[in-house]
Design a binder for this molecule. Sequence first.
Ligand code: AMP
Length: 399
Amino acid sequence: MKILVLNCGSSSLKFKLLNMEDSTVLAKGLAERIGMAGSVLTYQSTGLDKQIQETDMPDHITAVKLLIENICDPQFGAVKSLDEIDAIGHRVVHGGEKITTSVLIDDTIKQVIRDCFELSPLHNPPNLAGIEACEQNMPGKPQVAVFDTSFHQSMPREAFLYGLPYEYYEKYKVRRYGFHGTSHRYISRRAAQLLGKNIDRVKIITCHLGNGSSIAAIKLGKSIETSMGFTPLEGLMMGTRSGDIDPAIVSYIMEKENWTSQEVNEFLNKKCGVLGLSGVSSDFRDVQEAAENGNFRAQLALDVFAHDVKKYIGAYASLMDGVDAIVFSAGLGENSPSTRWNICDTLGYLGVAVDPEKNLYTGSAETDISRWGAKCRVLVIPTDEELMIAMDTLDIVSA
Ligand code: AMP
């Protein structure tokens, strides 16, 4: 079975075509600047040259039409005709409280996605536009929605409610939703397989550390806590997002700077975090280099980040009454030995003992970087959200 996976943003569309017989990628690409001047589609079938087409893409319908033409191209395409594609899996950011698993898309599901526009104004509208673009270009093909929020719907009330009047939860849906759910689900399941244990028997803390970062406590296969909240702004300090701050700081800064709510929101999402604290960059590689060259603020940003991650790991271990494995994933978690070391160096009380040699590994394989016999394993597992989406799509369509 061949499955097309789409991740639609407001002006971009990322895609992968997977062969589910052996989970290989047949083709991948990216449409950028949709609806703007200078739109461009990059397409590559595995093993063939990359194609770059600068062509007008006024909307997602045109972008999907163009990507289908590329996938089916007789010279550089990956399939002979559209008939070879069995289903489409979509990344959808917000499913609210109603959606707890991946689902076959129908009118009811489209309405649920629409109902969550208010909660996810930047992501849900283009996610739906991608679904409707596929309906137009590939009528009758089954489509599945895989939600970032659904995995965390297993959180108990005490984890998802804030200390606000209960009416704000009922009236305005203000609660912790959590994000990166597809990644946390994928890496926790891979971790259990790597440990040779059933997911229903292990307690895992998954650390998705990239430009956006979040941590989840996964007890016996279920997410029971996660660091992102009502929006992806909460939790760890990130590339440009502040993460946790005292909420009183928001109104204080607004008054000082004479800012509107939109301005302060933009500030907290785009100008803070590692970028704001270091004054160097949102990219950890630049910040690490600056710190090595003696930049005090760059070092401070790295220290605050490692401190934040440790704090969450400790909190989540206590919520689960212990932890069997800690997993690092995403750009930073997979590629930065120094970050992993700085986080794990004081976790001996949990049974963590990272092997300094094994920790230096930065390849793409799944790796156990613990010392022999360590009670709590530390694993590095490259995340693969597209594969998880394709696996869910396969399961649902086959059923
Ligand atoms: P992601 O959002 O998962 O694509 O992760 C992107 C982030 O990973 C970048 O902003 C970098 O800060 C970080 N990153 C990627 N490679 C490395 C590396 N070799 N060393 C340190 N940080 C890295």
